[in-house]
Design a protein around this ligand. Structure first.
Ligand SMILES: *[C@@H]1O[C@H](CO)[C@@H](O)[C@H](O)[C@H]1NC(C)=O
Ligand SMILES: *[C@@H]1O[C@H](CO)[C@@H](O)[C@H](O)[C@H]1NC(C)=O
Ligand SMILES: *[C@@H]1O[C@H](CO)[C@@H](O)[C@H](O)[C@H]1NC(C)=O
Ligand SMILES: *[C@@H]1O[C@H](CO)[C@@H](O)[C@H](O)[C@H]1NC(C)=O
Length: 570
């Protein structure tokens, strides 16, 4: 995983660097992308899922993950390990290259680019055309770093009515030949931008005034968006520096259902990749199934009639359906003696709830995996060497957490996984995930009390860089764990129409716990009683600088109310 730095207001979080960073490998000759620890199963038959090619509407694309090295910088970029640029090789018959590939040297070769085949037979309006020339975007010639020869990055100048979707990298100053790549007919393209993942720059940190190479993704993303990136890279030459802009591909056919897995295929995907969640050894608040929560005394309250809460049917059929998160109804723990029991959850009955959705024009299947915890414990802080519980801060009833598997629809391979943490999260590539022994199931570490999801165990301090104070997310591999595939329920897959019946509780859009009402200043004062002088000031500053939603004030809403339900993660 790249060292990801998220900036929220004045809050900066730094995640661990790549695990394989120091195993920089000698990359030479023809190589194929890394694979998962175990071979893939045979997917049950049906439809176009894992069919090897995708027809975007007269333009058929296939993905290639075998590459020939063109040029490498052996310095610069993350950890000063450089980057390598490649051309795809072993192109299937009839297909053409659309652009080159590049990636940092700290990771194993892990990627693919798409190649295209015009299947219209229409010579008057082909979906692909060669460029009419090339513009040199950048070369390494004047750069005094360790490099293997010199690299040249070219923008293919498209003919009228066509767009370039990838750059061409060469190791000679001679312009590439016209037949080196193809440009794509404009109606099959959309807009493209950097995905923020730094591939390379000449220095060891991003110099925004200089030259940088980033991964790419379509600008419009979400369940209904039809754009898909080639898998190549974008370049930026200084702030506002002219970059001849590349396009993303666009799925004109729009019939995503035909690329997406059917029910049998979904079942096999879940059995193959279901995340395995490890809880902290001291975790007091475990997950449970929604019907266990309802059957064990959870109550639904109605505004104006607070003294008469109602029990809830096992499938939530007596919860108000639809509407908005308007605080007219809310759920709460039972009032009687079973309250403390329900708070702790019940791992034996815990279910995982799956939402299956198309992403990037049907190139990917996202499998959002939701787990329900009746209670989210208080936030904890680290102030120098002391652990501090923040009292009520962060506590709430009804905690929905998720991770998302991103599956490549060309072959059913796991591409990456999203770990949600508070109101943000991180994507981790499949090669950099930890897997349960003996299978391809990624491991998730759930943080103590707050249940944020992390790819690796340890302590993450949420707060300003360079000081030993912040909110703490602790994860560790305890004895308690949950294979989300053991009790798996697919609760939604809109593209399958009526084949998946959504449980009534999914369409309850109000809060799953009472609105959190406490006086932040008062809570801070309580905690501060045990602190002195300088620590006290620093602590106060940090707690006040943390976005309110981190402290649990976003409200415990259900999966369908969250932005990622119909959108992309982040
Ligand atoms: C230069 O590029 C060609 C492909 O155009 C490649 O076959 C060759 O190996 C490259 N040379 C080096 C030194 O990487
Ligand atoms: C294009 O031509 C090939 C071979 O002649 C044929 O198999 C295919 O069906 C044609 N495609 C279209 C869209 O007409
Ligand atoms: C929900 O459960 C009730 C019984 O508690 C049942 O009558 C109803 O059909 C169920 N609804 C759905 C959508 O499963
Ligand atoms: C703080 O909490 C962490 C995680 O629970 C624990 O490992 C550590 O020992 C605690 N530190 C102190 C000083 O109590």
């Amino acid at each position: 995983m790249l060292s990801l730095i998220f900036i929220f207001f004045n809050l900066v979080i730094i995640f661990n660097g790549p695990t394989m960073a120091d195993q920089s490998r000698k990359l030479a000759g023809i190589q194929t992308s890394s694979k998962l620890p175990f071979p893939l199963p045979n997917w049950p038959p049906g439809g176009g899922f894992a069919g090897g090619t995708i027809d975007l509407g007269g333009l058929q694309v296939s993905q290639v993950s075998t590459f020939n090295k063109i040029w490498a910088a052996n310095e610069g970029g993350f950890n000063d390990l450089g980057a390598t640029f490649y051309d795809p090789v072993l192109i299937p018959q009839g297909f053409s290259i659309l652009g080159s590939y590049g990636q940092p040297n700290y990771m194993p070769l892990d990627g693919h680019v798409l190649v295209g085949n015009d299947i219209t037979n229409d010579t008057s309006n082909p979906t692909l055309k060669p460029p009419i020339g090339y513009t040199l975007v950048w070369s390494s010639q004047s750069l005094n770093i360790k490099k293997e020869g010199d690299g040249f990055i070219w923008f293919p100048n498209p003919p009228d009515g066509y767009r370039a979707v990838g750059y061409v990298v060469t190791n000679s100053s001679e312009k590439p030949t016209f037949d080196r790549v193809r440009c794509v007919r404009s109606d099959l393209t959309d807009s493209l931008k950097s995905d923020g993942n730094w591939i390379w720059g000449p220095s060891t940190s991003i110099n925004v005034n200089g030259f940088n190479v980033y991964g790419s993704r379509p600008t419009n993303r979400g369940v209904g968006a039809m754009g898909a990136s080639l898998g190549g890279f974008v370049v930026q030459n200084g702030i506002g520096g002219t970059t001849l802009s590349l396009a993303s591909l666009k799925n004109l056919k729009g019939s995503l259902g035909s690329l997406m897995p059917n029910l049998k295929q979904i079942e096999t995907l879940i059995q193959t990749y279901s995340p395995v969640v490890y809880f902290h050894p001291n975790e007091p608040y475990l997950p449970t199934s929604v019907d266990w929560f309802f059957q064990n005394g959870a109550l639904v309250y109605h505004k104006g009639d607070e003294s008469n809460p109602n029990p809830i049917n096992p499938n939530g059929s007596n919860l108000p359906q639809g509407g908005s998160n308007d605080d007219t109804y809310w759920l709460d723990l039972p009032k009687d003696g079973s309250k403390e029991k329900v708070k702790k959850g019940n791992l034996q009955t815990a279910n995982a709830y799956f939402h299956i959705k198309p992403m990037y024009g049907g190139f990917f299947t996202d499998i959002a995996t939701w787990v329900f915890y009746p209670f989210n414990g208080a936030s904890r802080a680290k102030v120098e060497f002391v652990n501090i519980s923040l009292g009520k801060i962060g506590e709430h009833v009804g905690d929905w957490e998720h991770v998302t598997l991103r599956i490549n629809n060309f072959n059913g391979e796991l591409h990456s996984m999203f770990f949600s943490q508070h109101s943000w999260g991180t994507w981790v590539s499949a090669w950099d995930l930890e897997y349960a022994s003996g299978n391809n199931k990624p491991i998730v570490y759930s943080s103590l009390n707050g249940h944020s999801s992390y790819p690796k165990p340890g302590l993450v301090l949420i707060g300003p860089v360079g000081v030993n104070i912040g909110l703490r997310d602790d994860t560790a591999k305890g004895d308690k764990m949950m294979d989300t595939g053991l009790r798996a329920t697919v609760v939604a897959a809109e593209y399958l129409g009526s084949a998946v019946v959504e449980p009534p509780w999914l369409n309850y859009f109000r809060k799953w716990g009472p609105k959190i009402e406490y006086d932040l200043d008062k809570e801070i004062n309580k905690v501060e009683k045990i602190m002195i002088g300088k620590l006290k000031k620093a602590f106060e500053k940090i707690v006040k600088s943390i976005p309110r939603e981190v402290l649990g004030e976003e409200g415990p809403t259900g999966p369908k109310v969250k932005n990622n339900w119909g959108g992309d993660e982040m």
